[in-house]
Design a binder for this molecule. Structure first.
Ligand SMILES: NC(=O)c1ccc[n+]([C@@H]2O[C@H](COP(=O)([O-])OP(=O)(O)OC[C@H]3O[C@@H](n4cnc5c(N)ncnc54)[C@H](O)[C@@H]3O)[C@@H](O)[C@H]2O)c1
Length: 260
């Protein structure tokens, strides 16, 4: 159990990639502090985590609000005494051309994806510094590596997360804090399902048709990824095997962003 005694904070752990990551780290002995804005997701998350551990707590919270973030981080430290890993995973998708993006939509997407990553990191860093180190992993997207049509707000928020990761790696390496970024491609989660259903509605197709066509035309490995395949990369980045990796931007996308 390589993460015995370690503590991980995971945002957006109630669904998809975040949940798979919480379960994977718990399976390897990590204590989990999980946060999600959707309170309905918490009971099921608790049930699934309890198969591996009793050392976790899951709470409703909003990463876009400093008060919510700060009280969650404080509660984590009160309960577990330290924070070894932070996975900034929670995010929202958004499909629209720039002209049809309202100021409110823009603020919701940037406020969750970009500002949420900033607020969570800002709240956790002092504890990591004081204890002599830690690992932060941000969840961006293939959309952060290149533009995506009808995706200006989302893509720009994810590109911002990539640069935020690099800046954090530069500033906090001297405190033995590593900061890296995962860029998932097409991963089978509710978000991916919603995304394809919305694109399908614009194109007069089902979400499944959109997804199948996209996979065939764009993903060299010819399949979608599974949340557990992202969780395996997170576990590696948190582990000592990755002790000299910081500032890295790692696609987990079956080759999607390798080229045309
Ligand atoms: N699934 C994919 O194909 C894919 C691809 C690239 C990037 N990503 C990124 O991976 C991350 C996880 O996505 P997923 O596919 O698991 O999506 P998901 O919708 O299944 O899960 C996201 C979780 O985040 C929570 N959340 C949303 N806003 C929040 C907030 N303000 N505060 C706290 N929690 C909040 C949601 O309630 C949900 O439980 C996101 O950042 C997403 O952009 C996903």
């Amino acid at each position: 159990m390589r993460f015995q005694g370690k503590v991980a904070v995971i945002s957006g752990a109630g669904s998809g990639i975040g949940k798979a990551c919480a379960l994977r780290l718990a399976q390897e002995g990590c204590r989990i502090a999980a946060l999600d804005i959707n309170s309905d997701s918490i009971p099921e998350l608790k049930k699934e985590l309890s198969a591996y551990s009793r050392d976790f707590f899951c709470r409703e919270g909003d990463i876009s609000k400093a008060e919510s973030v700060n009280s969650f981080v404080l509660e984590t430290v009160k309960q577990f005494g330290r924070i070894d890993f932070l996975f900034n995973n929670a995010g929202v998708e958004f499909i629209s051309a720039l002209e049809e993006t309202s100021e409110e939509d823009w603020e919701h997407v940037q406020g969750t994806n970009m500002k949420g990553t900033f607020l969570m990191s800002k709240a956790v860093l002092p504890y990591m510094k004081a204890q002599g180190g830690g690992v932060i992993v941000n969840n961006a997207s293939d959309a952060g590596l290149r533009g995506i049509r009808l995706n200006a707000a989302y893509s720009s928020s994810k590109a911002g997360i990539i640069h935020l990761t690099r800046s954090m790696a530069l500033d906090y390496g001297k405190y033995n804090i590593r900061c890296n970024c995962i860029c998932p491609g097409c991963i089978k989660t509710p978000l991916c399902q919603r995304f394809n259903a919305e694109v399908g509605a614009l194109e007069g197709k089902t979400g499944e048709e959109v997804l199948n066509e996209f996979v065939k035309a764009n993903i060299p490995m010819q399949r979608v990824g599974m949340p557990e395949e992202v969780a395996a990369v997170l576990a590696f980045l948190c582990s000592d095997d990755a002790r000299y990796i910081s500032g890295a931007i790692i696609p987990v996308d079956g080759g999607l962003t390798a080229g045309m």
